[in-house]
Design a protein around this ligand. Structure first.
Ligand code: PGA
Length: 246
């Protein structure tokens, strides 16, 4: 269960979040827990979660190690700061910052090089779903961003299926719609990397996941976890998502 805080919270708010959140998930063993705060909060988040089972991730990275690239942050720096995950190719990065499949591949490789688990996002926009292009969009994103990896590299990442029309809108894909998309992605993984890898690959669903819909989504065999935006900002609601079986 991964929380994506997007551009919310200061370091002080990060401390306050973990103070409430940690005791609520102290006994959670049914899933891995990851929080992805903005860059300035990473240090506070790493300190707060030291010795706990909560992993910390960034929301983006640049593919070089260091250099004259004003405003960017490298995988090397994230690893040194204590991150173990990083989100790659969130639809807001694709949409507002023009990230291409070539960028997705470079960023995924950079994350792996620095031992960060990439959470690589794919997903169709509303007009693509309405015109029946969902599968071709997912295929194109998979083929361009992930298929060029070696089997060893691919085995170390997590995929997040996030239909763009469901992000921050309150419109969740039905569990069935999400499962269909996950199945399609998994078939693509099987064709390229084999059945065993397809079965082992974790595919998270993201898009308006809340405490009251997580159970129905997670009841789908195809759905291995969730990437949660808005509902991860409140420690009680994200804890309810982590503890969805209870
Ligand atoms: P949301 O965001 O849960 O607020 O819809 C999900 C995401 O963008 O990762």
């Amino acid at each position: 269960m991964a929380g994506n805080w997007k551009m919310y919270k200061t370091p002080a708010e990060t401390h306050a979040f973990f103070e409430t959140f940690k005791p609520l998930v102290g006994h959670a063993s049914q899933c891995d827990i990851v929080i992805c705060p903005p860059f300035p909060d990473l240090h506070a988040a790493v300190l707060e979660t030291r010795g706990s089972a909560i992993g910390i991730g960034a929301q983006n990275l640049y593919w070089g190690k260091e250099g004259a690239v004003t405003g960017e942050v490298s995988g090397h720096m994230l690893q040194a700061a204590g991150c173990t995950y990083v989100i790659v190719a969130h639809s807001e990065r694709r949409q507002y910052f023009g990230e291409t499949e070539a960028d997705v591949l470079r960023k995924t490789l950079a994350a792996l090089e620095w031992n960060l688990t990439p959470i690589v996002c794919v997903g169709e926009r509303l007009e693509e779903r309405e015109s029946g292009a969902t599968e071709s969009v997912l295929a194109q994103q998979f083929d361009g961003g992930l298929a060029p990896l070696t089997p060893e590299q691919f085995a170390r990442l997590v995929i997040a299926y996030e239909p763009v029309w469901a992000i921050g809108t309150g419109k969740t894909a039905t569990p069935q719609m999400a499962a269909d998309a996950h199945r399609f992605i998994r078939q693509r993984v099987a064709a390229k990397f084999g059945d065993a890898q397809a079965a082992a690959t974790r595919i998270l669903y993201g898009g308006s996941v809340k405490p009251d819909n997580v159970k129905a989504l997670m009841a789908q065999d195809e759905i291995d976890g969730a990437l949660v935006g808005g509902a991860s900002l409140d420690p009680k609601s994200f804890a309810a998502i982590v503890n969805y079986t209870v």
